[in-house]
Design a protein around this ligand. Structure first.
Ligand code: ADP
Ligand code: MG
Length: 223
C-alpha cells in the first residue's frame, strides 16, 4: 500500500461573523494515500472550499491534527506554511485565476518566482508541463486569446509545473461546457495515472464519479 500523504484528524474550522462563530467543519477526518484521486462533494455552503483551503495550507484549522507528508501542519510557522504551499501544493480554481497580461508560458513560470531554490531545471519543467496539458502550440498566447478549456489547461500546467505532492482543484469544470469539462477530467485522469495525487471539489455527481473515491461533506463532517 502506498503511504498516507494526508492524515487529518478531528479538524474543526469556524468563521467569525457578525453574530458570533459559524462552525463549518466539525471534527473532520480524512486520510489520502499517495496516488489517489479523491472527489469532495457536498451542497453549496457545506465547507468544500474551506476544506480544500486547509488541505492546501491556504488557511489554518482551529483545532485537530493535519499531517501532510508526515509534516505537522498545525505546528508550522507562517513561513514554513507558505514554503510547504509553494513546494508541495498545486491549485486549480473554477475561474482559472490566470494573470491576464501574461502569456501562457509566463503564467506557468509564476510559481517559480516563489520557489527560488530550484536546481536550474525550471525552464524544462515549465515547457514539459505546458506540453503535458496539450498547449505547446499556445505558449505565447495571452488568456484572452484562449478558449475556456485552454485557460483551464494553462492553469493546470501552472499547478503541476513545480511537481507538487498534492494537486487540489476547486470546481475545476464549473465554468466549462460539459464536453470541455470532460476533456479537463480526462487530463486529471491522465495525470493521476502518471502518479499525481488529486483532490477535486465538486457539487456535480457525474464529475465526482470520475474520481477513484468520493467523500461527501454534510453538516460539517464526511457522511
Ligand atoms: P462550499 O465551497 O461548500 O460552497 P465554503 O467552504 O465556501 O462552502 O463555505 C462554507 C460556509 O462558510 C458558508 O456558509 C460560507 O458562507 C462560510 N464562509 C466561508 N468563508 C468564510 C469567511 N471567510 N468568513 C465567514 N464565513 C465564511
Ligand atoms: Mg466552494
Amino acid at each position: 500500500m502506498p503511504p498516507h500523504l494526508v492524515e487529518m484528524t478531528a479538524i474543526t474550522k469556524s468563521y467569525t461573523v457578525g453574530y458570533g462563530r459559524l462552525p463549518v467543519l466539525r471534527k473532520v477526518n480524512l486520510t489520502i494515500r499517495q496516488g489517489e484521486f479523491v472527489a469532495v462533494m457536498g451542497p453549496s455552503g457545506s465547507g468544500k472550499s474551506t476544506m480544500l483551503h486547509i488541505l492546501g495550507c491556504l488557511d489554518r484549522p482551529d483545532s485537530g491534527s493535519y499531517l501532510l507528508d508526515g509534516r505537522d501542519i498545525l505546528a508550522a510557522t507562517d513561513s514554513e506554511l507558505s514554503q510547504t504551499r509553494a513546494r508541495r501544493i498545486g491549485f486549480v480554481f473554477q475561474t482559472f485565476n490566470l494573470i491576464h497580461n501574461l502569456s501562457v508560458k509566463e503564467n506557468v513560470e509564476l510559481p517559480f518566482l516563489y520557489h527560488a531554490a530550484q536546481n536550474g531545471d525550471g525552464e524544462t519543467r515549465i515547457l514539459s508541463a505546458i506540453e503535458q496539458v496539450g498547449l505547446a502550440g499556445r505558449i505565447a498566447h495571452k488568456p484572452y486569446q484562449l478558449s475556456g478549456g485552454e485557460m483551464q489547461r494553462a492553469a493546470i500546467a501552472r499547478a503541476i509545473a513545480t511537481d507538487p505532492r498534492l494537486l487540489l482543484a476547486d470546481e475545476p469544470t464549473g465554468n466549462l461546457d460539459s464536453s470541455t469539462g470532460r476533456e479537463i477530467l480526462d487530463l486529471f485522469e491522465t495525470l493521476n495515472d502518471a502518479g499525481a495525487t488529486i483532490v477535486m471539489v465538486t457539487h456535480n455527481q457525474d464529475v465526482a464519479g470520475r474520481a477513484g473515491r468520493v467523500m461527501t461533506l454534510n453538516d460539517g463532517r464526511f457522511a
